[in-house]
Ligand binder design. Structure first.
Ligand SMILES: Cc1ncc(COP(=O)(O)O)c(C=O)c1O
Length: 414
């Protein structure tokens, strides 16, 4: 007799990975192999950008690096992270405000795993697919904040802290990717200051996910600039070497929070994680060398603003609705003529391309794939220009045009 699994029956891969597996089944190759068009992929170029610094080629590993790592992170990396923020944003964080994780996701997962029951998450209706999986698996309660054409996919800060219908014991904890994945909308300057001010009020907190911190014309948007009393707050900032420092494969991320909250996370590491690879942490410390980062900020911003602008213009000419903000490395787009993102993908797969469906970014969708659910974002999709070389622009646009023309011709025949 077949035995039922002891593990959860509701643990599908994140939406992006489902697209990857569907692509492989249709095209016969993994997305990213030569000849494919990785428009669905959320990674940056991992090679030197024009005018950017070289990426370190090696790290020295000594006998000390083979010891168990410290639960909270390598002292050299914790200091480098502090300097990184304190120098650029004028903050005054100490190493005890920093906890190192094996990438951005594990840090976010750990914060949510230890949230108290009376803390309710507020999340934009359109956000990074992994949040939905993390919220579900950590049994966190959340409500969505409307993201619509009418509010430009950029609701006001106050929408995240609306207490209508709440009882007194509920505390509010928005999760916001800033710049946003998939929309590119970015809170900076006065708007970011106000967001942090709200997050520092009693009964409020925030998890501000700054994975795309360097991808904005201001060359850096961190809420840390505006935090007044981190140690007396429930402000959590998440950062990583994954995007702006162009190193997703080294798996280094961090959480910045009050010393008390960092202690809880470090205690978790002592029994649930065992710290993070020393070679990776040493590599990250090299990436964070101040002069190197200054050069990286310039080149990342220049390259990705150039790409965002020209892809956006080309998409408009193809008849797509463009709702992208001014940061990150994604376009947030709506399809014309009744075409759904699902059908677009089926057509793209044949040509070795794929996008991320808006459905996967819908934070109100059921996690268990109820077939009756209709997402408001079925005609929406995310186009990633993160991994694209400047040279692929013309062929990318030509391919998308061809697929849209084919759809229009088929629709006219029907
Ligand atoms: C919004 C957001 N946060 C965090 C991350 C970092 O993920 P990781 O470092 O685990 O790859 C990503 C990567 O896709 C992301 O898009």
């Amino acid at each position: 007799m077949k035995r039922a699994s002891f593990l959860s029956d509701n643990c599908p891969p994140m939406g992006i990975y489902e697209t990857l597996y569907a692509f492989r089944d249709s095209f016969g190759q993994f997305m990213g192999s030569p000849g494919t068009h990785p428009w669905s992929q959320g990674f940056p170029l991992t090679t030197q950008l024009a005018g950017g610094p070289p990426l370190p080629g090696s790290v020295d590993v000594t006998w000390e690096d083979r010891f168990y790592p410290k639960a909270w992170g390598h002292p050299a990396l914790r200091s480098a992270i502090c300097e990184h923020y304190n120098n650029f944003y004028g903050s005054k964080i100490a190493p005890e405000n920093v906890m190192v994780f094996g990438g951005g996701r594990p840090g976010i997962y750990a914060v949510l795993a230890f949230l108290k029951k009376h803390v309710e998450v507020r999340i934009g209706n359109v956000e990074w697919p992994a949040y939905l999986d993390i919220l579900t698996q950590t049994q966190t309660s959340w409500r969505v904040v409307p993201f619509t054409r009418e509010n430009g996919f950029h609701p006001p800060n106050s929408a995240y802290f609306d207490r209508t219908g709440l009882n007194d014991k509920t505390h509010l904890f928005p999760i916001i990717s800033n710049p946003g994945n998939p929309t590119g909308h970015t809170r900076h300057g006065e708007e970011l200051r106000e967001l942090i001010e709200l997050a520092e009020q009693p009964k409020n907190g925030i998890l501000l996910d700054e994975a795309y911190e360097m991808f904005h014309a201001s060359k850096g948007v961190s809420g840390l600039r505006y935090v007044k009393d981190l140690d007396n707050s429930n402000v959590f900032l998440s950062g990583a070497c994954t995007k702006g420092l162009q190193s997703p494969g080294i798996r280094i991320g961090w959480i910045i929070a009050s010393k008390k909250n960092i202690e809880t996370l470090a205690n978790f590491s002592s029994f649930g994680m065992g710290g993070v690879s020393h070679p990776s942490q040493l590599y990250a410390a090299q990436l964070l060398e101040p002069r190197r980062v200054a050069q990286a900020r310039d080149s990342v911003e220049r390259h990705y603003t150039m790409q965002r602008t020209r892809y956006g213009e080309a998409f408009r000419k193809l008849g797509l609705e463009v709702y992208t903000g001014d940061g990150g490395f994604y376009h947030w787009l709506a399809l014309p003529d009744g075409l759904s993102a699902d059908e677009l993908n089926r057509r793209l797969f044949k040509h070795g391309a794929a996008i991320l469906k808006g459905f996967d970014c819908d934070m109100a969708r059921p996690h268990d794939k109820n077939p009756d659910y209709r997402s408001p974002y079925e005609s929406f999709f995310r186009f990633s220009f993160g991994p694209l070389l400047p040279e692929s622009f013309d062929s990318d646009i030509a391919l998308l045009k061809r697929v849209l023309d084919e759809y229009r011709a088929d629709a006219a025949r029907r």
